[in-house]
Design a protein around this ligand. Structure first.
Ligand SMILES: Nc1ccn([C@@H]2O[C@H](COP(=O)(O)OP(=O)(O)OP(=O)(O)O)[C@@H](O)[C@H]2O)c(=O)n1
Ligand SMILES: C[C@](O)(CO)[C@H](O)COP(=O)(O)O
Length: 249
């Protein structure tokens, strides 16, 4: 049996967020980047990897039919080898990822979890994550060193300046991106073990860390940034324009 068959790899794309920080409008994943919905860019980014044969899109709970219709509209722009399934999402990212995991068929053993909000991740980054998991790492995250110095503060809600309590050593810090890659059984265990209360965990790898399992880092990519605030849309469209100029993407 080939690696492809033995280590069948699927991507779960949580896309159920509202995009509050981006401002009013459609759910973030459905907003356009150079005329194409962000979610379509994200699905294509996963499908670009020959390792990924299934993509599970976790849609806004009240928008699964709309997302299905959108994906059907763009079917011609996806590789034939990739199956795309849509499931309704939850209240938090953690809950949405869990709902995506629940939809995976039995034969999937490697899972990527990729934010719809990181639509421009290059295929080399996706492949590096898959390769590290297939080589035996239970959990893999792409990450970059930080440009800013980071301060730990004592948060205040009264509008007063927040006191700084520590300055972690920057050289030891990494800004973590997606896709994050996992041995399926370990990710499922993490989602069964870590409570989904409150805002939930901000990334899946953090949940695996709480199990005491090792998580390793591979190099991330500047273009895998998260579209979070309005300025990020400007940057994303500039990246797409540069790709089009460079290689007709
Ligand atoms: N209930 C939720 C919340 C978030 N996400 C997804 O998780 C990813 C990362 O979340 P984020 O960038 O914070 O997106 P939003 O929650 O939409 O943003 P905001 O916090 O600004 O509302 C996004 O692809 C988002 O769609 C999700 O699937 N389900
Ligand atoms: C998973 C993530 O993209 C890694 O950086 C990030 O934690 C998502 O955070 P968000 O607040 O849900 O955007």
């Amino acid at each position: 049996m080939t690696d492809e068959a033995r280590l069948r790899t699927a991507a779960v794309i949580p896309a159920a967020g509202r995009g509050v920080r981006l401002g009013p409008g459609a759910p973030k994943a459905l907003r356009a980047l150079n005329g194409t919905p962000m979610l379509i860019h994200a699905v294509r980014a996963m499908a670009a990897s020959r390792a990924v044969s299934l993509v599970v899109v976790v849609a806004p709970a009240d928008g699964a039919a709309e997302v299905r219709a959108l994906l059907d509209e763009y079917e011609h722009a996806m590789p034939e080898r990739t199956e795309v399934v849509v499931v309704p999402g939850g209240e938090t990212r953690q809950q949405s990822v869990k709902l995506g995991l629940d939809a995976l068929p039995e034969d999937v053993s490697v899972v990527l979890v990729h934010d719809a909000a990181r639509p421009l991740v290059p295929v080399d980054t996706v492949d590096a994550v898959v390769e590290a998991v297939r080589d035996g790492a239970p959990a893999v995250v792409p990450a970059l060193p930080l440009a800013d110095t980071v301060k730990q503060v004592e948060p205040r809600t009264d509008g007063q300046p927040e006191p700084v309590v520590a300055t972690p050593e920057r050289a030891l810090l990494r800004a973590v991106q997606t896709p994050q890659g996992f041995d399926r059984a370990i990710l499922v265990r993490a989602h069964e073990t870590v409570p989904a209360s409150g805002e939930g965990a901000t990334d899946c790898a953090g949940m695996v860390e709480r199990l005491g399992e090792p998580v390793v880092v591979v190099p991330g990519h500047e273009e895998a940034f998260k579209v979070t605030r309005p300025l990020d849309l400007v940057l994303a469209e500039a990246v797409l324009a540069r790709r089009r100029a460079n290689d007709g993407f």
